[in-house]
Write a protein that binds this ligand. Structure first.
Ligand SMILES: Nc1ncnc2c1ncn2[C@@H]1O[C@H](COP(=O)(O)OP(=O)(O)O)[C@@H](O)[C@H]1O
Ligand SMILES: [Mg+2]
Length: 357
C-alpha cells in the first residue's frame, strides 16, 4: 500500500528534524523543503498528500507559497497546515483566507499536530470519495441516457439492413451490408449489457450471513476456473456478525470481483477471501489475488462503466459491484501493484437491528 506523503517546509533544521521523526513514526513518508521556492519544486516532484508550511522563510514566504498552491487546479486540493511562531490574529486570518486548512502556532504539541494531520487527511479522503461517487453516478446516468436514445434507431437500422440484404445480389454490396449488420449487432449487445446493468437493482435488505453468500459465490466461480491452478483460501470470521443484505445482488458483486481475480491470474495463483471486524460498526471483506495487478494510472478508472483492459470485456463488472455495494450502504476500494496482485476491500455496516439489542 502506498504510504501517505507529507511535505515539511521549514528553514529551521531542528524543527524539520523533530517533525520528520514524529511523522515517520506515525507511518507517513516525508520530504523536506528549506525555503519557499524549493517547496514549490518539491510539491511538483514529491506530490504530497498534505503540506506543513512555515511562514517566515527565505526566498518566498509561506503565505506566498500557499497563495500559489491554492491558485493552481493541480495543487489546490492538497491540505496545508501553516506552522509558525507568529501567533498574531491577523496572520492566522490571512493564512486561512488564502486557503490554508489549518493554522498551528509554534511550539506546537506533536500529539496535537498528529491529530490535525489525521483529521485533515480524513476530510480529504471523504472529499475524494464524494467526488468519485458523484462522477460515477453522472457517468451511469449518461450511459443510461445514451442507451435509451440509441435503442430505437438501432433497431430500425438493423431491421432495414437485414431486409435490404435479402434483396441485394451484388456481392460487394452484400459485404457492405453484412458489415453494417455486424456492427449493429455489436451495439445491440452493448445495449443489452447496459440493460443488464440496470437490472441489478438491490431489492429488500434482510439480515443475512456473509459466509453463506461467499460460499455461494465461490461455488459459482469454481466453474469458470478452467485450465488454471488457482487456490482459493478462505480466512473468514467463524461466527460473523449479521449484515443487512440482498443475497442475490451481493453474491453478484462478490462473483464479479472474483471473476476479475481469476482472469488476472495467468496460469497459477492464489485468491484469498478474508473477513474481519472494522472500527465503527463495520465488517471488512477483502478479496486479494496474486494476478497481474493494475497500473497506478488505471486504478482510478476501474469502477467506471465500460472501462476494460480486456479484448472481450464489457467493463461493467466492477461498475455493477460498486453500485451493489453502495446500495448496501457500504464502501468499495481497490489497491494494486502491477505484477504482484490486487486487493479489493469492501466495508459493510453491521446490522443495526442486532446491535441495538
Ligand atoms: N483483480 C484484478 N486484477 C487485475 N486487473 C483488474 C482486477 N480487477 C479489475 N481489473 C481491471 O479493471 C478492469 C475493469 O473490470 P470490470 O469492470 O470487471 O470489467 P471487465 O472485467 O469486463 O474488463 C479490468 O478490465 C481490469 O483491467
Ligand atoms: Mg470483470
Amino acid at each position: 500500500m502506498r504510504k501517505i506523503k507529507i511535505l515539511i517546509v521549514d528553514d529551521d533544521k531542528r524543527n524539520v528534524k523533530l517533525l520528520t521523526e514524529k511523522l515517520n513514526f506515525d507511518g507517513y513518508e516525508t520530504d523536506i523543503a528549506y525555503d519557499g521556492l524549493e517547496a514549490l519544486e518539491k510539491v511538483e516532484s514529491f506530490e504530497p498528500d498534505l503540506i506543513l508550511l512555515d511562514i517566515m522563510m527565505p526566498k518566498m514566504n509561506g503565505f506566498e507559497v500557499a497563495r500559489k498552491l491554492k491558485a493552481s487546479e493541480k495543487t489546490k486540493y492538497i491540505p496545508i497546515i501553516i506552522l509558525t511562531a507568529r501567533g498574531e490574529v491577523e496572520d492566522k486570518v490571512l493564512g486561512l483566507d488564502i486557503g490554508a486548512e489549518e493554522y498551528l502556532c509554534k511550539p506546537v504539541s506533536l500529539t496535537e499536530l498528529s491529530a490535525r494531520v489525521r483529521s485533515l487527511l480524513r476530510i480529504r479522503m471523504l472529499q475524494t470519495r464524494l467526488s468519485e461517487m458523484e462522477k460515477l453516478a453522472a457517468l451511469g446516468q449518461m450511459v443510461d441516457g445514451i442507451a435509451h436514445e440509441v435503442r430505437n434507431p438501432l433497431m430500425a437500422i438493423g431491421g432495414m439492413a437485414r431486409r435490404v440484404k435479402e434483396r441485394i445480389t451484388d456481392e460487394q454490396m452484400q459485404s457492405h451490408i453484412s458489415l453494417i449488420i455486424r456492427e449493429v449487432e455489436r451495439l445491440e449487445k452493448m445495449i443489452e449489457r447496459i440493460d443488464e446493468y440496470k437490472k441489478f437493482q438491490v431489492s429488500e435488505l434482510k439480515e443475512g450471513d456473509i459466509n453463506d453468500v461467499i460460499a455461494d459465490a465461490v461455488k459459482d466461480i469454481q466453474d469458470i476456473i478452467r485450465g488454471k491452478t488457482i487456490g482459493i483460501k478462505l480466512s473468514l470470521l467463524h461466527d460473523p456478525p449479521p449484515l443487512m443484505m440482498d443475497k442475490t445482488t451481493f453474491k453478484k458483486a462478490i462473483f464479479n470481483i472474483l471473476e476479475n481475480s481469476v482472469e488476472a491470474i495467468d496460469k497459477a495463483g492464489e485468491i484469498e477471501i478474508k473477513t474481519c471486524p472494522s472500527m465503527g460498526g463495520f465488517l471488512e471483506l477483502m478479496i486479494r489475488d496474486t494476478g497481474c495487478g493494475i497500473r497506478a494510472e488505471e486504478l482510478k478508472n476501474i469502477f467506471n462503466p465500460f472501462y476494460t483492459s480486456k479484448m472481450s470485456g464489457a467493463g461493467l463488472g466492477l461498475t455493477i459491484a460498486y453500485k451493489i455495494i453502495q446500495d448496501h450502504k457500504g464502501d468499495i476500494t481497490a489497491e494494486s501493484e502491477e505484477g504482484k496482485g490486487t486487493i479489493i476491500c469492501i466495508k459493510l455496516p453491521l446490522s443495526l437491528v442486532r446491535m441495538a439489542q
